[in-house]
Design a protein. Structure first.
Length: 314
């Protein structure tokens, strides 16, 4: 059974940067005037000389961060996913990724989690967009503890990294003892009949679907593919050869997200079938997060249905 404790991954970000600040005196936060939402307020109070609020000006934030990186600093841009991926896209490409600078872009409010803020604030295309840029690493942690570990890994990694966090609380899945490696998926449950591969907070949906499928005597392998780019090709290959079927689950458009990346690998090796659970080709809308997941069929029921169809159980 899943842990009933739920904490947003943006909270993990706010706490981990405080721990990292002591270890990395060259760590800077570049805030886009959303410090209360992205949980950088405590950092600003404790390290005011290493906190720069550029206002609602993400393009400027990218330039400031690039400049700091050329001086040996480790700047983390803090904003919302919809702005951190699109409003400053040209600056990410030209000023950060092209010179391969050591800039981290930490974005809260990823996917449908902005809920009532509506389509304008729901960054449902973000990871796919930034994944297309050379030199960029793209990560979405599944829960509080994985977020803290992967933030630390990102700061230790040289080069541009895009980190995506949730606004809403999400179930705590891991313990603080777990280890994570960028570019290496985590095998959370093993199984023989089908693989359910998730990114971010949808890992909890994958795990619940695994429990439901057990009622049909179906053992599901569950993988946390926290790194979208570089994706763990070895893990995908192993899963498709072992189970022949993969269902991807994501709070992201199914275009150029986890499902597309996994499908591409499987198509190249010519083995198995892939089904996608995610946001179809449409914009979001206002509503509670759980309601929006339901409206987009990002549910345990949908995962189970697809699994049964693929295994010809219905």
């Amino acid at each position: 059974m899943l842990n009933t404790l739920a904490i947003s991954t943006r909270d993990a970000f706010g706490e981990e940067i405080l721990s990292l600040a002591n270890e990395f005196p060259n760590l800077y936060i570049i805030d886009c005037d959303v410090g209360r939402s992205t949980k950088t307020v405590s950092f600003a109070r404790q390290y005011p000389t290493r906190y720069i609020n550029v206002g609602a000006a993400e393009q400027n934030a990218a330039g400031v961060a690039a400049g700091l990186a050329t001086m040996g600093k480790i700047p983390i841009i803090s904003t919302y996913a919809v702005f951190g991926s699109m409003r400053m896209l040209e600056q990410i490409r030209q000023s950060i990724c092209y010179p391969n600078l050591n800039v981290k872009i930490a974005c809260s409010h990823g996917g449908l989690t902005p809920g009532n803020d509506g389509a304008t604030h729901q960054g449902i295309e973000d990871m796919g967009i930034v994944s297309t840029i050379p030199n960029m690493t793209v990560i979405m942690p599944a829960d509080y503890y994985s977020a803290r570990k992967l933030i630390r890994e990102a700061v230790n990694k040289q080069g541009p990294v895009y980190l995506r966090f949730t606004r809403d609380p999400v179930p705590v899945i891991y313990s603080e003892r777990e280890t994570f490696e960028i570019g290496k998926g985590n095998l959370v449950r093993d199984g023989d009949n089908i693989t359910i591969m998730a990114i971010g907070d949808t890992l909890s949906i994958a795990l619940k679907a695994c429990e439901e499928l057990a009622k049909y005597d179906i053992t599901a392998r569950v993988v946390d593919m926290h790194t979208l780019k570089p994706i763990d090709k070895e893990m995908v290959t192993d899963c498709i050869y072992k189970t022949k079927y993969i269902i991807t689950v994501e709070d992201h458009t199914i275009i150029n997200g986890l499902g597309s990346a996994v499908s591409s690998i499987c198509a190249e090796i010519g083995v198995g079938r892939v089904a996608k659970v995610g946001i179809p080709d449409r914009f979001g809308e206002s509503g509670k997060y759980e309601e929006l997941l339901y409206l987009n069929n990002i549910t345990v029921t949908e995962v189970v249905k697809k699994a049964l169809q693929m295994l010809e159980k219905i």
